[in-house]
Ligand binder design. Structure first.
Ligand SMILES: *Cc1c(COP(=O)(O)O)cnc(C)c1O
Length: 231
């Protein structure tokens, strides 16, 4: 089931990339395993998936530990959810990428805690492109004004931007959000060439094909791979 779902998602990723004249290998799939047990992660690994995303540190850490005990050392963990400012220390760990740095305070505290732990964390900056009150992230204007300061923080390495589009019954309606994130990225890359802005983490089960057509380099897909969640 999970293997077949993964295969179907991979084919849809390839088709979307090719439609946009892109090389499918430039789109990385993060399988979002939140609320699903380690057994499901193992099933996905058996089908060749190594990047997994979780949105709550309280769920991520026990899974990291359980995976370590079972010798699943090949997993690349991605933190994709909100980090509370009191909890930044818990976000310092064996994560290949934190997608969800959503305000200056989080960036500063992550940097401080990373330095204290003797490491540098690889991160993306989350942008609230749609302006929805329920969404987290920098507004585009805010990011334009603080990007230089964020690039100077010694404990984080920025690699690009992340966004979540509002859920739309018609996925095509998300296109302006993804296009706006790509254009903001291009603008920041031109204004701050000292930074690495290559990654665009955008697209979920409902809208990933549109995101890929608009330049996503990372898609975060849960339910299309693991099935529906209870939330
Ligand atoms: C849950 C989640 C996803 C995956 O959502 P699906 O619709 O199940 O693909 C992607 N990104 C973030 C930040 C999430 O919290």
């Amino acid at each position: 089931m999970i293997a077949a779902n993964l295969e179907a998602v991979r084919q849809r990723i390839s088709a979307a990339a090719l439609r946009a004249g892109r090389d499918p290998s430039t789109v990385r799939l993060v399988a979002v395993s939140k609320q699903h047990p380690l057994e499901d992660i193992e099933a996905a690994m058996a089908a060749g998936q190594l990047d997994f995303g979780e949105n709550r540190l309280e769920e991520l850490w026990p899974k990291v530990e359980a995976a370590r005990v079972r010798g699943l050392t090949a997993i690349r963990w991605h933190m994709i959810g909100v980090i509370q400012s009191r909890k930044t220390r818990d976000a310092i760990g064996p994560f290949v990428l934190i997608h969800s740095v959503d305000r200056v305070k989080i960036a500063q505290r992550l940097s401080r805690d990373a330095i204290a732990a003797g490491c540098i964390m690889d991160v993306l900056l989350e942008v609230n492109v749609s302006g929805e009150a329920t969404k987290h992230g920098f507004t585009p204007d805010e990011l334009r004004s603080v990007a230089g300061d964020l690039l100077a923080l010694p404990g984080i390495r920025i690699h690009g931007l992340m966004t979540m589009a509002p859920f739309e019954a018609e996925p095509e309606a998300t296109r302006p959000v993804f296009r706006a994130l790509r254009m903001l990225r291009d603008e920041l890359a031109a204004r701050f060439p000292q930074g690495d802005w290559r990654e665009l983490s955008m697209g979920m089960t409902n809208d990933f094909e549109i995101a890929i057509e608009e330049g996503a380099t990372i898609v975060r897909i849960g339910s299309a791979i693991f099935g529906a969640r209870s939330e």
